[in-house]
Design a protein around this ligand. Structure first.
Ligand code: NAP
Length: 324
């Protein structure tokens, strides 16, 4: 088969069944130590491989893309592609694919994990117990917020936004509102009994919980800035499983410290794996290390989707998940 000769680089270790499947069809290179590649190594890879398979932890910028002209497909392991300079790729005739859909449920599960943990003060409680500071059950101990009847405002009602809303509405009795550039599919709106806001401040002012589900990138950078946070209800909660770039973390830390916000839950940060230091000491904040898609079934499915794109590329067929 023609595709057996194509050289594929995985920048990080992938689940073993996927690595095995890729190695059966392509000449596979991977770093057994699973260390992030430097920008220089990524640039060199552009001259050495036919297919580059990066993850969210690789910055595939214009300089990297200019590193060589052998790579003709960037098959990203993940749905978000704000770490890849699409214009630079397109200008050099490089196709970019992603892995939409297969991580929707896992990421929505993590949005609900953060929402529940923040609302019910689970992180605070666990830290207290482990530190030997728990003084026993009492009517006023670590009182959180109920979910039923509260408004969950989704910023972006795409795949993960909808899956999050479904869990919150059908599972926890929350009312659903959303902001987006356009109204969602009427069948989804009807199922969720969702209220549409054409303006973000309107959604923020109406929501008890706000959950972010738009992509990262220049258009959405600091969408949740000091002004947006001020527009949120006093005591409201902010949940972010989308991208760290969406939030001004200085402003968020300030609002959590001064009590304007009741709490927050974050899975993503602007310069991962760094976490803005202002966040670390805040008791009313739940911090997860980018676990959105981190379950076995999902991580295998993401790899198989990237492989399907690579196979289609090798056969000269239309790419199933082409971004550019
Ligand atoms: P999706 O189905 O494409 O949904 C994105 C939504 O955002 C769409 O409704 C889109 O609406 C809206 N949108 C895009 N640009 C916007 C803008 N500038 N202003 C307002 N709305 C905008 O994507 P998804 O699969 O739900 O994934 C969403 C994001 O989650 C990904 O991009 C990724 O960054 C993040 N994610 C994180 C994890 C994790 O591990 N924490 C895992 C998976 C995904 P229209 O384009 O129709 O206007």
């Amino acid at each position: 088969m023609a595709e057996e000769r194509l050289k594929v680089l995985l920048t990080r270790r992938w689940p073993e069944p996927v690595e095995r499947a890729i190695a059966e069809r392509f000449e596979l290179t991977l770093d057994s130590a699973d260390r992030p590649l430097s920008q220089t190594d990524l640039a060199s890879a552009m001259a050495e491989f036919d297919i580059l398979c990066p993850t969210v932890s690789d910055r595939i910028d214009a300089e990297v893309i200019a590193g060589g002209d052998r790579v003709k497909l960037i098959a990203n392991y993940g749905v978000g592609f704000d770490h890849i300079d699409l214009a630079a790729a397109e200008a050099r005739g490089i196709a970019v694919t992603n892995t939409p859909g297969v991580l929707t449920d896992a990421t929505a599960d993590i949005a609900l994990t953060l929402l529940l943990m923040a609302a019910r003060r689970a992180g605070e409680g666990e830290r207290e117990l482990r530190a030997g500071r728990w003084a026993g059950w009492r009517p006023t101990h670590l009182i959180g917020s109920a979910l039923a009847g509260k408004v969950l405002g989704l910023v972006g009602l795409g795949r993960i936004g909808i899956a999050t809303a479904r869990r919150a509405h059908h599972g926890f009795g929350m009312r659903i509102a959303y902001y987006g550039r356009r109204e969602a599919d009427p069948a989804v709106v009807e199922e969720l009994e969702a209220d549409y806001f054409a303006d973000l401040p309107g959604l923020l002012a109406a929501s008890d919980f706000v959950s972010l589900h738009v992509p990262g990138g220049a258009e959405t950078a600091h969408l949740i800035d000091a002004e947006a946070i001020a527009a949120m209800k006093p005591g409201a909660f902010l949940i972010n499983t989308a991208r760290g770039s969406l939030v001004d973390h200085e402003a968020l830390a300030e609002a959590l410290a001064n009590g304007h916000l009741g709490g927050a839950g974050l899975d993503v940060y602007p310069e991962e794996p760094a976490v803005p230091p202002a966040l670390l000491g805040l008791e009313n904040l739940v911090l997860l290390p980018h676990l959105g898609s981190a379950n076995e079934e999902t991580r295998v499915a993401m790899g198989m989707k990237a492989l399907a794109n690579a196979e289609a590329f090798a056969r000269g067929e239309a790419l199933p998940d082409r971004v550019v």
